[in-house]
Design a protein around this ligand. Structure first.
Ligand code: HEM
Length: 242
């Protein structure tokens, strides 16, 4: 019988666990304690690196979901988008960990960032790339089915596949918005709302970027539905004399 403790995978590491996860490489991607500008720097780096990993996986799953929307396989789109949205919860909640860094301590760390800016985050840029592609694929399917966004909500039981995709897209849009909101609060809390970032971009710009939504039509349809319901209510009140 094989010795189950002996590694059988290729690569570095004493065990298959270490080899498969590349833990040697992964755990050497942070500065050493001798290099830290402040002891909080490990937390700062680990939170950022973990966020990048998660955002990479979110974008990957959304890319798979996009291909499935194009194929009209809505059941599996829902499954992958639920996964992606669940993963996106973590980069949002991890921002709160960084709120425990005190402003004076952060400035010691910040001095070592060069021109590093979240505007160059590969993970977040990947989300900004996949977001509109999901929207285009969804609208192509609406055209194919000969329906409009309002129909998806009015006839949601009949059109449950498209309805599920629309709602998962809304979940995604909401989470990107929440990421931006909590990140803005973090920046305001640590460096202040009225200062210039490392690339010369004011924190106020983060405020402006929060206005951005991928699927404005999915948000706006709610207004139309409510306006229609209010008008119907008003009409029935007028007719019944109340
Ligand atoms: C102490 C913590 C942090 C501070 C003070 C901070 C500050 C800032 C500032 C000032 C900007 C505006 C651009 C610039 O001037 O560089 C920015 C952008 C950004 N940062 Fe951070 N950040 C922090 C942590 C994080 C973390 C953990 C992530 C996770 C990946 C992140 C991702 C981003 C992204 C994606 C943008 C672009 C935002 C957008 O397009 O709306 N930041 N950050």
């Amino acid at each position: 019988m094989d010795d189950l403790k002996k590694p059988i995978l290729p690569g570095k590491g004493k065990s298959d666990y270490e080899r498969y996860l590349h833990t040697d490489d992964l755990l050497s991607l942070q500065k050493s304690p001798q290099e830290f500008l402040h002891p909080d720097e490990l937390t700062f780096q680990v939170i950022h690196q973990s966020s990048e990993l998660l955002l990479k996986a979110v974008a990957w799953e959304l890319g798979r979901a996009c291909a499935l929307i194009e194929e009209g396989d809505f059941a599996n789109v829902g499954r992958l988008m639920r996964r992606a949205n669940q993963m996106l919860e973590y980069p949002i909640s991890m921002l709160h960990v960084l709120e425990t860094i005190s402003p004076y301590d952060y400035h010691l760390i910040r001095a070592g960032l060069g021109h590093g800016s979240g505007l160059d985050s590969p993970g977040f840029l990947a989300l900004l790339h996949i977001g509109p592609r999901l929207g285009e694929a969804f609208h192509t399917q609406l055209e194919k089915a000969g329906v409009e966004v309002d129909d998806v909500y009015r006839r949601h039981e009949e059109l449950f596949g498209l309805h599920d995709v629309a709602e998962r897209m809304l979940d995604f849009d909401e989470r990107v918005h929440l990421f931006r909101f909590h990140h803005l609060k973090l920046a305001q809390r640590i460096i202040g709302g009225g200062v210039i970032g490392t690339m010369g971009t004011p924190v106020e710009v983060l405020h402006q970027r929060m206005e951005h939504l991928f699927y404005k039509d999915l948000w706006d349809v709610r207004n139309q539905i409510t306006a229609g319901a209010n008008a119907a209510l008003e009409k029935s009140r007028m007719e019944s004399g109340y």
